[in-house]
Design a protein around this ligand. Structure first.
Ligand code: NAI
Ligand code: MG
Length: 372
């Protein structure tokens, strides 16, 4: 029997290309796993009205970890039935399978390491080595939204600020509400995850990102929880930063930063900012991590225009597979894989189009496999 059970979720478009690349390097590493294919994405929305079918959820309940490619999602301004006429009358609502996985399995940590591998022509600066800890289940992404705003919510709004209400004379169709919901528990655990990582990996500093001076209730709670957790780690240097200011400082002096931790929305934005500094979508790896399951994925989407062309950079996915190996405790294999990626980047012989070359997805994977 294989040592691990891994759910293999290619999804749509280039998700298929990049997972094939990941398979090449994992096989070369002799990763002892049973690979179990799972259905996810656009095709299953179109054919079954569910982009995350029940059988995939059941599969995820039985595996040690999952590697996920990318999905094509429904554009927010297009009605369900416009795209898939067969769904007409069924009353189905499209829900992002990624957000659902995060919520169903409480994958509370979105981990995004952003490292500038030496020799990458896309590096913003050499030696950048940032790790973003993004809360992954709540905040503005909690899914508590109103449009049109129902009468009972309008009443609450008016009672909340009777003297100053820009919404006062508006009908429910003229405004929309997305609630930012933050809990003490989720705030504490994301900050604890960041400090634990800093402690175990001898990292030098944790930066806590917020906007508590303006968003007083939710970010205030986040910051308070963060300070409590930080006080448990006297040996680790930490600081607080406003989300807007940190974007400027990160661009100016990325080497001054190390571990960054933030609520969901700010973390999402900061992650992409940091990823771009180390090469962009072809290098953005991530893990959605919970207590019992973790789903690793490149942060890019399905890039439909490149689907099946084996043109895109698989490094984001291969580094996500490296993160999966770390999470499973396969540190030696993870280290070897990262060194192989670093060696191919440093050599500069094999490069995909985003790096200025013309090698294919699978040629890049082969080049990495040969260094293992
Ligand atoms: P995208 O990330 O799929 O692609 C945007 C562009 O980035 C591509 O056209 C390509 O030029 C470049 N790119 C992406 N991945 C690359 C790689 N590995 N190597 C080199 N270049 C790469 O974003 P887009 O086009 O906005 O979205 C396409 C679909 O993917 C949409 O349906 C969107 O909703 C979905 N999406 C899914 C995500 C996921 O599965 N986690 C994340 C982001 C978008
Ligand atoms: Mg994002």
């Amino acid at each position: 029997m294989a040592k691990y059970r891994i759910a293999w979720l290619p999804g749509d478009g280039i998700g298929v290309d990049v997972l094939e690349a990941a398979q090449i390097v994992l096989e070369r590493l002799a990763f002892d796993a049973e690979i179990l294919h799972g259905d996810i994405g656009w095709e299953f929305w179109c054919t079954e009205g569910d982009p995350l079918p029940k059988r995939t959820i059941e599969l995820l309940q039985t595996v040690d970890a999952a590697l996920f490619g990318a999905i094509t999602s429904k554009p927010s301004d297009v009605a369900e039935t416009e795209l898939v006429p067969e769904l007409r009358g069924k009353g189905l609502v499209y829900r992002s399978p990624i957000v659902r996985m995060r919520q169903l399995f409480d994958l509370y940590l979105c981990l995004r390491p952003c490292k500038a591998y030496s020799g990458n022509p896309l590096n913003y600066k050499e030696n950048i080595d940032l790790v973003v800890f993004r809360e992954n289940t709540e905040d503005l992404y909690a899914g508590v939204e109103f449009f049109p705003v129902p009468a009972e919510i309008q009443d609450v709004m008016e009672k909340h600020s009777p003297n100053f209400s820009p919404f006062k004379d508006l009908s429910g169709e003229q405004y929309a509400i997305s609630c930012k919901v933050n809990t003490r528990k989720a705030s504490q655990r994301i900050v604890r995850a960041a400090f634990e990582f800093a402690r175990k990996n001898h990292r030098k500093k944790v930066t806590i990102i917020h906007k508590a001076n303006v968003v007083r209730a939710t970010d205030g709670l986040f910051l308070q929880a963060a300070r409590e957790v930080a006080s448990e780690y006297p040996a680790i240097q930490w600081e607080e930063a406003n989300v807007d200011a940190i974007c400027m400082w990160l661009l100016k002096n990325p080497l001054n930063y190390d571990i960054l931790v933030a609520p969901n929305l700010y973390g999402d934005i900061i992650s992409d900012l940091c990823a771009q500094m180390v090469g962009g979508l072809g290098f953005g790896c991530s893990g959605n991590i919970g207590e019992t399951l973790a789903v690793f994925e490149p942060t890019h989407g399905s890039a439909p225009k490149y689907a099946g062309q084996y043109k895109v950079n698989p490094i984001a996915t291969i580094l996500s597979a490296k993160m999966m190996l770390d999470w499973l405790g396969e540190f030696e294999k993870a280290q070897r894989l990262e060194s192989a990626v670093a060696a191919v980047i440093a050599e500069g012989r094999v490069r995909t189009y985003d790096m200025g070359g013309n090698h294919t997805t699978l040629e890049m994977a082969q080049a990495i496999a040969e260094k293992l």
